[in-house]
Design a protein around this ligand. Structure first.
Ligand code: NAD
Length: 448
């Protein structure tokens, strides 16, 4: 079986490399020439732990090819995965223009039986639409099947997730295609769930919406904990040990970001609306997340109401650790709020600096090292829980800051320890250490 994977981003490149590692011949295709040239020269376009080793190994042994020539790839492949981006449209829907562009080239170049797999996250009914496009544009009379195999990998652990998925979903109207795809996926050692195509398309959105719901739920519980004196970490442990709930996705923080949850929750709500249904739960999840991203600067303002002319340091810009992805990252909201309030912003991130420069340009100052970032700053905000930021030398941090103000968006430090060290410390859903606490503790923590 020869495979093509169209779109060499987080999903396409990782899937293509992993299929190649399982001894399939894979052609990875992208329209971005620079990306493809880089890949031919061993340059990874994204930061993903373990990816370079898998790509290099399979490029060297000839299992993996990189090209911009989609027409040729279509002709040479039995199975074509569509893994292009499906970003949000302005009205919250999914932009399917890249999917359409790929389907059209498939139609023009189909020369034998092909299985076309939608791996991109696409609204229910897209499989029908792709099938229609190919049938309409194809010049000869060729057999083909369109199947939905949604992807569930997580950035930061994408290689491991792809090699060891919890399940493989095959949404197919064709038994022939389903059988071939069963064989293709057998080495993944994961349960295969067969569904119709519509259900497979909905599964992906329902999975992401459910996980996003857990996050917004615990963030709202955190907000209640802050107002009542409870501790969200204890609450999360208390509920997460119930197997029906599970402890996953119950970490309160600064809200979800990235390429998937924000756009997929909005697109799911839009699909519901288009089908005359008001999806109240997921609409609220989206709104709670928007507000949660603003909570860190709002907390800082309770300590330092006027941020004009202040220098504020941020630790972490990527939407989560182990990725350079800045799409919908909470840091973007934090930076925006700070700049609007007239503050100067300094920031560092172990891998997302180049991505950040594309977004913030010269509006903020980029620092190589967390300690350099916080030097002479009026407050520190921890946005992304990279390991580098979880184990800071707190005495050094206190010495470098103009005022010992630490807003921890990921609960990386213990309030009691922060109090002992003399920090004014706010985290998420846990007791804050205020200036009053420090004064009563015998500390002088001047903020002015
Ligand atoms: P990405 O933006 O990282 O990569 C998409 C790639 O497609 C880019 O390299 C782009 O140049 C290429 N492309 C665009 N139009 C093309 C065309 N006409 N022909 C060839 N290549 C083209 O996107 P991603 O994060 O890999 O996501 C891809 C899809 O998978 C999306 O639908 C996304 O929702 C879904 N998904 C993403 C993740 C994730 O964690 N990133 C997880 C599961 C599913």
């Amino acid at each position: 079986m020869k495979l093509s994977v169209v779109g060499t981003g987080y999903v396409g490149l990782v899937s293509g490399a992993c299929f190649a590692d399982l001894d399939n011949e894979v052609i990875c295709v992208d329209i971005d020439e620079e990306k493809i040239e880089g890949l031919k020269n061993g340059v990874m376009p994204i930061y993903e732990p373990g990816l370079k080793e898998v790509v290099d190994r399979n490029y060297d042994n000839g299992n993996l090819e990189f090209t911009t020539d989609l027409a040729k790839a279509v002709k040479e492949s039995d199975i074509i995965f569509i893994a292009v981006g499906t970003p949000s449209t302005e009205d919250g829907g999914a932009d399917l223009s890249a999917v359409k562009a790929v389907a059209e080239v498939i139609a023009e170049n189909i020369n034998d039986y092909k299985i076309v797999i939608d791996k991109s996250t696409v609204p229910v009914g897209t499989g029908d639409w792709v099938e229609g496009l190919i049938s309409e544009k194809m010049t000869g009379d060729y057999e083909f099947d369109v199947v939905s195999c949604p992807e569930f990998l997580r950035e930061g652990s994408a290689v491991g997730d792809t090699m060891h998925p919890d399940r493989v979903i095959i949404g197919s109207e064709s038994e022939k295609a389903a059988k071939i795809l069963d064989d293709l996926h057998q080495d993944f050692d994961a349960p295969i769930i067969h569904t119709d195509r519509y259900s497979a398309e909905v599964i992906k959105y329902a999975a992401n919406a459910f996980l996003a719901t857990k996050i917004s739920f615990i963030n709202e519980v955190a907000n209640i904990c802050e107002r009542t004196g409870a501790n969200v970490e204890d609450v999360a442990k208390g509920i997460g040990t119930d197997h029906r709930i599970s402890d996953k996705f119950l970490r309160a923080g600064v809200g979800y970001g990235g390429a998937c949850f924000p756009k997929d929750t909005k697109a799911f709500v839009k699909t519901a609306a288009e089908n005359d249904y008001d999806f109240k739960v997921v609409s609220s999840v989206v709104e709670v997340n928007r507000l949660q991203k603003e909570t860190l600067v709002n907390k800082l303002k309770t300590i330092m109401p006027d941020l004009e002319g202040r220098t504020i340091s941020l630790l972490g810009l990527a939407f989560k650790p182990n990725t350079d992805d800045m799409r919908e990252a909470p840091s973007r909201t934090v930076v925006k709020q700070l700049l609007e309030a007239g503050a100067e912003v300094k920031a560092s991130d172990p891998v997302a600096m180049e991505e950040a420069k594309e977004i913030f340009a010269d509006k903020i100052t980029y620092c190589e090292d967390p300690y350099e970032t916080m030097k002479d700053s009026d407050a520190l905000i921890l946005v992304t829980e990279w390991d580098d930021f979880k184990d800071l030398d707190l005495n050094r941090v206190k010495g470098l800051l103009n005022a010992p103000i630490f807003i921890d968006g990921r609960n990386c430090y213990e309030p009691e320890e922060m109090k002992q060290k003399g920090f004014i410390y706010h985290s998420v859903g846990r007791p804050a250490v205020s200036q009053k606490d420090l004064v009563s503790f015998g500390e002088i923590a001047a903020t002015e």
